[in-house]
Design a protein around this ligand. Structure first.
Ligand code: ADP
Length: 192
């Protein structure tokens, strides 16, 4: 099963992805985590990506597609995959479709987590305070830029998946547990 979690920064995608991984044994593929790992390891990619991420902009589509392609072709999809923070542009969504078609796979569910954007600044500040990972983009200033980028580049993929009949919406402002059961209902208790 392949599931995409979609929503603005702070919507709770990572929280729900981790929970789905623990409960259903899915593999979580978070492009943000992969990029932060590259930064922590001081790789060439990490060094290139850091400035882009810190400014709240998007890393190049081909780099992201390459990262995801590598994971999918190395068997990540066998266990069921939860994509968190990817795709973020129409080009990434199209690239993903092409990759999956080659593997005779398809997307099962795209779950849009809707949130009240007025509340996001509070969540991001809280996340920055609670996390032991240093994220230079988790500030109120960069959040505004990331939200603009979300509306401009990522939100257009919502109708893309709606047209394909894959889209479901959950209210991401509810308690974590309530959001979790809404997601479980969508995926229908299906195991991988
Ligand atoms: P959040 O879910 O809070 O927005 P992420 O960890 O998903 O944070 O992403 C952090 C940053 O990493 C993004 O602002 C962007 O610069 C980069 N990034 C992550 N995923 C992608 C992607 N699919 N395409 C382009 N850039 C990405």
């Amino acid at each position: 099963m392949i599931i995409i979690l979609l929503g603005p920064p702070g919507a709770g995608k990572g929280t729900q992805a981790t929970r789905l991984m623990d409960k259903h044994g899915f593999v979580q593929l978070s492009t943000g985590d992969m990029l932060r790992e590259a930064i922590a390891n001081g790789t060439e990619l990490g060094m290139q990506a850091k400035a882009i991420m810190d400014a709240g902009n998007l890393v190049d589509d081909n780099i992201i597609l390459g990262m995801i392609g590598e994971r999918l072709s190395s068997g990540a999809s066998d266990k069921g995959v939860i994509l968190d923070g990817f795709p973020r542009t129409i080009a990434q969504a199209e690239g993903l479709d092409a990759m999956l078609a080659e593997m005779s796979l398809g997307i099962d569910h795209v779950i849009e987590m809707q949130v009240d954007e007025q509340m996001l600044a509070d969540r991001i500040v809280k996340r920055a305070a609670e996390s032991d990972q240093v994220r230079d983009d988790d500030t109120v200033e960069v959040l505004q830029k990331r939200l603009n980028v979300y509306h401009e580049s990522t939100a257009p993929i919502i109708p893309y998946y709606k047209d394909k009949g894959r889209l479901s919406v959950v209210d991401g402002m509810q308690a974590i547990k309530t959001v979790a059961s809404a997601i479980d209902n969508i995926i229908g208790g299906q195991e991988v």
